[in-house]
Design a protein around this ligand. Structure first.
Ligand code: GLU
Length: 474
């Protein structure tokens, strides 16, 4: 846990309080927003290959001002109720900030998925889904889980199948869960979505010279020296996209078994392949790279941008003073504790907060859920017509000018957008709009001098408005 004196819920609550203070909310209204609406605690028996086992888990619905509630499902040995509640709260604020029409939720099972074979994992997932579905917690209109730490497309497929078996007459059954594989009603781009969102968050940040100036960094994203913690679903895509598409130098990758450091920059795809083949970062064949056993210390190595993309509580009061990065992008949920956040801000280190930086996953989950409810893929109606119009445009330009267009421009004008392009464009639009709202909120109020507080001010205002509309708040 992040800080032995504070639970994760307390950590996030103290951050939310900064927003509440700015808004001057009535304490009871503040409590109404902050408290988890409902938490289901489960202990259910599952027959595994090793024998009968009782599995413990939670499903927390933080805020039901919008339904369904939405959030990831975490399978990890350290999962507990406090963590699940804190993460559910972060989902509420994240969805509100990004204008995604969901309340926040989170689920978790206290188990190590690496210790279970595929069939055992399937049985656990099916039993958990049955528990949730029979109690009405999972449903396209009520609660929609998604992948998180320790869960993946396979787990989402088992959830979808189980829900469908229990609800054969629900036409919208596939919208009961997101993060499904493409051939099972998933959406292109969901796998990369959180990492892609981190990339878009950084691109947008670097579009504002004044914002970059506060960090003291070079004004271009290209060439920035980046340390990434975590090479899972989020860290891998974020690091790879920043390296391959934005020209960043990934100077270190940190995992739980150690870190790989290379001042010349790591080839993220190669490191990832090595990790998949060997299970870790040790013995990476590039002679310029060195392995550092005590990986957590690498968080403190000199770099421009630090991207914690692993788990909560990684930057704390005991290491915050030694962080060299000038910009921290919270790709994980809650990687910086409250105390560390204060220390970092005092040192002028800029933090792009989790409720914005890692929102790409839930944004594309929203696209997937909408697509499932529409029973049609995005772009299906207009793709052909766009291509035909593009063809006419090319003919018109070439006829009028007497010149042929270069092939690349012809292609650009004549090809109808694929669903993946539409998803990326929708994600970029939502990320860019949210960043502009964050900075405008910060600029408009002298009480707000950090992006996190701005994020909470926006999210809390939107949630309070829903309560007001329902006549609950004055
Ligand atoms: N687990 C992800 C998160 O923490 C995604 C949640 C979702 O897609 O519903 O944001």
């Amino acid at each position: 846990m992040a800080n032995p004196n504070h639970s994760f819920c307390q950590e996030t609550s103290r951050m939310v309080d900064r927003g509440i203070e700015v808004l001057g909310f009535d304490p009871i209204e503040a409590e109404a927003i902050k408290r988890c609406n409902a938490v289901l605690q489960l202990h259910f028996p599952v027959r595994l290959s090793s024998g009968l086992r009782v599995i413990s888990g939670w499903w927390a619905m933080h805020s039901t001002h919008r339904l369904p509630v939405k959030g990831g499902l975490r399978f990890a040995p350290v999962v507990n109720q406090d963590e699940v509640e804190a993460l559910a709260g972060l989902m509420s604020y994240k969805c509100a900030l990004m204008d995604i029409p969901f309340g926040g939720a989170k689920g978790g099972l206290s188990l190590d998925p690496r210790e279970l074979n595929e069939e055992d994992l399937r049985r656990v997932t099916i039993s958990f889904t049955q528990e949730l579905a029979r109690k009405g917690f999972i449903n396209p209109a009520i609660g929609v889980p998604a992948p998180d730490m320790g869960t993946d497309e396979r787990v989402m497929t088992w959830i979808a199948d189980t829900y469908k078996d229990l609800n054969p007459d629900d036409l919208n059954h596939s919208a009961c869960v997101t993060g499904k594989p493409l051939n099972r009603s998933g959406i292109p781009g969901r796998g990369e979505a959180t990492g892609r969102g981190v990339q878009y968050a950084l691109r947008e940040f670097f579009r504002y010279r004044e914002d970059v100036e506060k960090t003291g960094l070079h004004p271009e994203l290209k060439g920035q020296r980046v340390i990434v913690q975590g090479l899972g679903k989020v860290g891998y895509h974020a690091a790879k996209l920043l390296q391959e598409e934005d020209g960043c130098l990934i100077t270190a990758i940190i995992k739980s078994d150690g870190a790989l450091v290379c001042d010349a920059g790591l080839e993220v795809e190669q490191v990832h392949q090595h990790m998949r083949a060997t299970g870790g970062l040790r013995d990476y064949p590039d002679p310029r790279a060195r392995f550092v056993e005590r990986g957590a210390e690498v968080l403190e190595y000199p770099c421009d941008i630090l991207i914690p993309a692993a788990t909560e509580g990684q930057i704390r009061a005991d290491n915050a003073d030694r962080i060299h990065a000038r910009l921290i992008v919270e790709a994980a949920n809650g990687p910086v504790t409250y105390a560390a956040d204060v220390l970092l801000r005092e040192r002028g280190i800029v933090i792009i907060p989790d409720i914005f930086a890692n929102a790409g996953g839930v944004v594309v989950s929203y696209f997937e859920w909408s697509r499932n409810l529409a029973h049609m893929r995005f772009g299906q109606l207009q793709r052909k017509i766009d291509e035909e119009r593009g063809g006419h445009l090319v003919t018109a330009i070439e006829t009028l000018t007497g010149h042929s267009l270069p092939d690349w421009l012809r292609h650009e004008l004549m090809h109808g957008s694929s669903e993946l392009e539409l998803v990326r464009s929708g994600l970029a639009d939502i990320m860019y709009t949210a960043y502009q709202e964050l900075r405008n909120t910060m600029l408009a109020d002298p009480q707000i001098d950090d992006l996190r507080t701005a994020g909470y001010v926006i999210a809390l205002s939107k949630i309070a408005r829903s309560y007001r509309d329902r006549g609950l708040f004055d």
